[in-house]
Design a protein around this ligand. Structure first.
Ligand SMILES: *Cc1c(COP(=O)(O)O)cnc(C)c1O
Ligand SMILES: [Zn+2]
Length: 564
């Protein structure tokens, strides 16, 4: 059973200055260094620096320590993982948020505030909400939807800031001084919460490993796990501390670079799909350096491709779907497999894959939407698209797009579309090609068009209705049709319908316009919902010209309706 204790001191890491927690819970008030909790008597018990400990109300079970049998075979090593994504909010941060929130209450703060790339915001929000203390989270504009959703559901006051995590951090530090606010984050009391990882591992019989591989952002989790091991050794629970391996993406590696230089590095900017570790100014750098020095550990970087590879392998081989940061340990193991050969290693898989599903969509092909028609489904399965979709993971799209097999009729349709688009002098982006292919996979290749629009002319006035004149071809016969509308789309559809309604009357129930990129020459996808008194039809078309897409969607819809 963990203990609450007031028998400790707050010491700064650089110079050993003593600090009072009433004055600071973040940086040393004398030298600005980070702080550490030092207990006055060593013991083998998990201690928390609190007067009173409320049991964690959200946590229901320890996170699993899982043997990775298949990966052990592949890499000739004895591998296990601690599944830290099994925490209540899907990430290990809960260990620290639980203690930080209690400390904030103990210090009578009016609210908690913090800056976060998302996971800490979600986690502190959950505990602050449960313990009834207001919470302000400062997050960068690019924070993933899932993480924002968690902060939202737990009633956090969300402050989204234009800029990176570091911008948020600086602003939040100023904000903290503007009231009686507890500044949460990668600070000393979080470390005390997150060290419970090591005690839990001991109880699971898992501390006897040679290497422990941990992804690094600020380095707080790394140093917390190390502190847990140190305390357990001092308390006589264990004899040996494993070698600590710090891993960062090569696009965001101030800690790893700093380890080699033996001094802290701060980056201007960092760019990686592993957004949870995209930290330019790693608060706990010196603690990480110390842990690596004392354990004869390692610091390594991995590329973005290596992260994607490891993320996929962990899912396919072992069944665990993690967010990119959580895949860093396996990526490092794969990269340095000779170092880890025949060794007993623990991978810390830090966050759930549900935190960032966009990474998956971004690196794979989207499935086209098909009509509920078995023939179409079978044609689609035989087209080779699905196989390609699986192979496409993390690779450039250009090559396999070119290899896509369609049946002859759909190939023809696709080429018709392409020639029209090329005539407008537009080249399609991959995402536009995908949308177009998806559209065509679902199209009837043998439709008869009762009418075609040959030409049109619009007269627009700044104030007043738009006048449309349309030249139609109906089975070889040219017809001119005119109408007015409130805007160009309305005018043109009215003009077409003023003729076609005589042949087959159709209402336009709904029209949706999807613009596929921010460019002014973006491909536009138009979806029309058409009906008569008995039935409804949906028709889609695409063009860089919105009006042309509307015209195509309507004439196609008419063909579909008349066929049915
Ligand atoms: C926060 C986080 C990390 C990095 O932890 P630090 O304590 O900042 O080094 C790694 N993975 C995930 C999923 C995280 O949320
Ligand atoms: Zn100091």
């Amino acid at each position: 059973m963990p203990n609450a204790t007031t028998d400790y001191q707050l010491k700064c890491v650089a110079n050993g200055h003593l600090n009072s927690e009433e004055k600071t819970t973040t940086y040393c008030s004398e030298c600005d260094s980070v702080l550490r909790v030092v207990y006055n008597s060593p013991s083998g018990d998990l201690k928390y620096p609190l007067q009173q400990l409320v049991p964690d109300p959200l946590k229901t079970h320890p996170t699993a320590l899982k043997k990775l049998d298949r990966l052990s075979d592949t890499y000739n090593a004895d591998l296990s993982a601690k599944l830290e994504f099994q925490h209540p909010t899907g990430c290990f941060k809960d260990r620290g948020s639980y203690i930080e929130v209690q400390k904030a209450l103990e210090l009578n703060a009016d609210a908690i505030c913090l800056a976060s790339t998302g996971n800490m915001a979600a986690s502190v929000a959950a505990y602050a909400c449960y313990f009834n203390i207001p919470c302000f989270v400062f997050v960068p504009e690019k924070t993933t939807e899932a993480k924002l959703a968690q902060a939202t559901i737990f009633d956090a006051n969300i402050i989204r800031i234009k800029g990176s995590f570091s911008t948020c951090e600086q602003l939040c530090r100023q904000f903290a001084k503007s009231g009686n606010y507890y500044l949460a984050g990668d600070f000393v009391f979080r470390e005390e919460g997150q060290k419970s990882f090591s005690y839990e591992l001991f109880e699971q019989g898992g501390t006897d490993v040679e290497y422990i591989l941990i992804p690094i952002g600020c380095g707080t989790n790394f140093s917390a796990i190390f502190k847990g091991f140190q305390e357990m050794k001092e308390g006589g629970l264990i004899d040996q501390i494993p070698k600590f391996v710090a891993i960062q993406p090569d696009q965001s590696s101030p800690v790893v670079e700093g380890i080699f230089k033996k001094e802290k590095i701060v980056k201007d900017q960092v760019q990686t799909m592993a957004s949870s570790v995209a930290v330019p100014d790693p608060v706990d750098f010196y603690k990480v350096l110390e842990a690596i020095d004392q354990t004869d550990g390692m610091a390594v970087t991995v590329t973005e491709d290596e992260i994607l590879d490891a993320l996929k392998e962990l899912a396919v081989v072992e069944g665990h779907f993690v967010e990119p940061a959580g895949a860093l340990p396996l990526a490092a193991l794969k990269k340095h497999k000779d170092t880890f050969k025949n060794k007993k290693c623990l991978l810390v898989t830090t966050g759930s894959g549900f935190k960032d599903t966009k990474v998956v969509t971004k690196h794979s092909l989207t499935s086209p939407v098909l009509s509920p028609d078995l023939n179409k489904v079978i044609k689609y399965i035989n087209s080779g698209f699905i196989g390609m979709q699986k192979e496409s993971w993390g690779k450039s799209r250009d090559t396999f797009m070119a290899n896509l097999k369609m049946d002859e009729e759909h190939e023809k349709l696709y080429n018709q579309y392409m020639s029209k688009i090329n005539k407008k002098g537009k080249t399609l982006s991959n995402n536009e090609i995908e949308a177009l292919q998806s559209l065509i996979f679902d199209e009837d290749a043998d439709l008869d068009y009762p009418v075609e629009v040959l030409d049109y002319k619009l007269t627009m006035r700044k104030h007043g209705l738009v006048h449309a004149e349309v030249k139609l071809d109906q089975q070889g016969q040219e017809i001119i049709s005119e109408a007015k509308g409130v805007g160009p789309i309305d005018a043109i559809l009215s003009a077409i319908r003023s003729h076609t309604d005589n042949v087959f009357p159709l209402e336009v129930d709904n029209h949706e316009v999807d613009i596929l990129s921010p460019d002014t020459d973006s491909l536009v996808m138009v979806t029309l919902t058409l009906s008569n008194s008995e039935q409804q039809w949906i028709s889609k078309a695409a063009s860089p010209d919105t009006l042309e897409a509307v015209i195509q969607a309507f004439t196609k819809g008419l063909a579909i309706a008349m066929k049915s």
